[in-house]
Design a protein around this ligand. Sequence first.
Ligand code: ARG
Length: 288
Amino acid sequence: MTALSWGRRYLMCRPEHFEVLYEINPWMHAEVRPDPDRALAQHERLMATLRDAGAQIELEDPAEGLPDLVFTANAGVVNGGQFVPAHFRHPERQGETPHDIAWFQSHGWRVDRLPGDVVHEGAGDALPFDPEGGEGPVLVSGYRMRSDAASHTHLSRLTGAPVRSVELVDERLYHLDLTFCPLDNRRAMVAPLGLDPYGRKVLKALVPEPLVLEDEEALSFAANSVVVGTNIVMPACPPRVGRQLEAWGFSVAVAPVDEFQKAGGGCRCLTLALDVVLSDLGRELLPA
Ligand code: ARG
């Protein structure tokens, strides 16, 4: 097996303005406020754990009034030197996009936009899988809860990558990154709870050795993990999952992020991989 070709560079955003001010997923309750100091400390520890795992971290500035900007996974889709910004479903998050675009533009990415009438929530709903012996990476993308199926054709046209659409069916697992976590070129964590029968079939055909998560495991956000080579940083590690990952040669580190779970997010949601290359087009746009 070959390790993931991506996952060594991440964009993150310090939780200086993180709060639960509105409710746009079933985990958010405006009366259950995150503790700001604990959130900062957990974020700090997540960054330290990722660095120990071998990752490099870049930071975007937090912004007042944009409490979910910390969930950088939703900023957009990265393809080499190309960035396709998200189109958020909820008005509460739409103000994040100009900030994200400004960061990517000032750091040398070419920004290509989806048409205004389709919704797509970035890498939170789009993760590459590059199957052994395949023809290159396939972008697995979720739809129904927070992204439109119609966005997938546009995403494929813009990035030049084949997109495999999977329907998300459980409101608690509202983004793909709560249901699917690529581990290498043969393996991924997959939570059937979040997928319709056809989506399960699509992932079964794509991933030769899935680590199939039980419902409880999926609801502990086990799939919302960050994979840095053979190191996996998880918000929680159910024992059975840990044993399987270790048997496969991965090392697991837990970085608790329960303050962020109050907003419906785990470790993966707090990161956006900057080193994903989906196609020749993206590769050609990388700085020489
Ligand atoms: N409160 C945020 C929202 O509902 C959480 C985003 C979590 N991000 C993710 N990639 N799953 O939009």
